[in-house]
Design a protein around this ligand. Structure first.
Ligand code: FMN
Length: 350
């Protein structure tokens, strides 16, 4: 069975290095609403990677590359050496993977300097060769997908890029609707993404700047793509996929208790896999992004920023949350003053 076809719209959680790792995937799998996960990129140079290396990025290997809730996890490779990528794909297949995603979109200088990621957008034929070589190496039951941008420094070759992936035999194509030189700056070009999608027969997954359910709707209308991939928007709102599906209300102010529980679980799982100082960084990183939507939740981020233990951060957040709930029950209905526990400032909550 194909993971992505026209039978059902799919919502991918975007691969994000240093963000969407194993602990976060575990939490988002429990949250629900997402159909497919992709590992952070695994770099392949001249030599194929080992199973051990793949396992570092995809501990789900132990469970047949699936989360406890049954969400498939694709292995993403980044490189330009077709044979090394094909052999790496075979290693992943032997370890039980479901599919391989090939990264042709990474804009990082270090990656591009080593002729990987978005560099290949300059020459669509190279994308075709890589996809074709990996596709030919793997039996058909494994998907081989490609993730691209609109181009490197211009959008002139967008159609050729889509065609290259299709001609190489990609199972589907994910398009991040920006050029490489745009990095993550707006605007995204959804209309061009839509024209790319229309120009090929394989499914196209639309990606870029879907922050809300309304964005998702507009993206679907503009591009004609039913499949979506959400990255930073999902990091800033774990329930984004459920909101897109219309199975969760879009009021951020009432999710803070659940959110706190998610952050606690994320911290606990992360501590099983990494040193505390790294987990502290990751928890702060997430809280900061969540603050974009859950402004009340990130009430005292300036204080949280200074804390250096997971326990300290969680305690502080629990205190802030309790104050917030108290304030909500306060008889002053319109604007309520919430004082941070350490009295650093006054935040108005409507
Ligand atoms: C911090 C960060 C790390 C990323 N790492 C990867 C990666 O490992 N592989 C990949 O294909 N894309 C990566 N991306 C790109 C995202 O998958 C996605 O294409 C991009 O963020 C646009 O989607 P969004 O607007 O929904 O965030 C990364 C993006 C960010 C912000």
């Amino acid at each position: 069975m194909l993971l992505v076809d026209s039978s059902k719209p799919r919502i991918f959680l975007a691969p994000m290095e240093g963000v969407v790792d194993y602990p976060l995937r575990r939490i988002y799998s429990q949250v629900g609403g997402y159909d497919i996960f992709v590992t952070e990129f695994i770099r392949v140079l001249q030599e194929p990677v080992t199973e051990r290396e793949i396992f570092k990025y995809a501990p789900e290997m132990r469970e047949g590359y699936s989360t406890a809730e049954g969400i498939p996890v694709l292995v993403q490779f980044l490189g330009s050496h077709p044979e090394a990528l094909a052999e790496s794909a075979l290693v992943a297949a032997d370890s039980g993977c479901v599919g391989i995603d090939l990264n042709f979109g990474c804009p990082a200088k270090t990656v591009n300097r080593h002729d990987g990621g978005a560099t290949l957008l300059k020459d669509p034929m190279r994308i075709r060769t890589v996809v074709e070589t990996v596709r030919k190496a793997l039996p058909p039951k494994y998907s081989v997908s490609a993730k691209v941008r609109l181009g490197f420094d211009s959008k002139d070759h967008a159609m050729e890029i889509a065609k290259a992936a299709e001609d190489g035999g990609a199972s589907w194509l994910t398009v991040h609707a920006r050029t490489k030189i745009q990095m993550y700056q707006p605007p995204v070009d959804w209309p061009l993404l839509g024209r790319m999608a229309q120009s090929v027969k394989i499914p196209v997954v639309a990606n870029g700047d879907i922050w809300t359910a309304q964005d998702a709707e507009l993206c679907r209308q503009t591009t004609g793509c039913q499949h979506l991939m959400v990255g930073r928007g999902a990091f800033a709102d774990p329930w984004l996929a459920e909101r897109i599906r219309g199975i969760r209300r879009s009021d951020f102010n009432f999710d803070t208790k659940e959110l706190l529980a998610l952050v606690e679980r994320f911290a606990a799982v992360s501590l099983e896999h990494g040193p505390e100082r790294y987990v502290v960084k990751r928890v702060k990183q997430w809280i900061k992004h969540l603050g974009r939507n859950f402004t009340h939740f990130a009430l005292n981020f300036d204080t949280i920023k200074t804390l250096d233990t997971v326990e300290g951060i969680l305690e502080r957040m629990a205190q802030d949350n309790a104050l917030l709930y108290e304030a909500r029950q306060d008889s002053t209905p319109a604007r309520v003053k919430v004082y941070g526990a350490l009295n650093e400032g006054v935040v108005f909550v409507s």
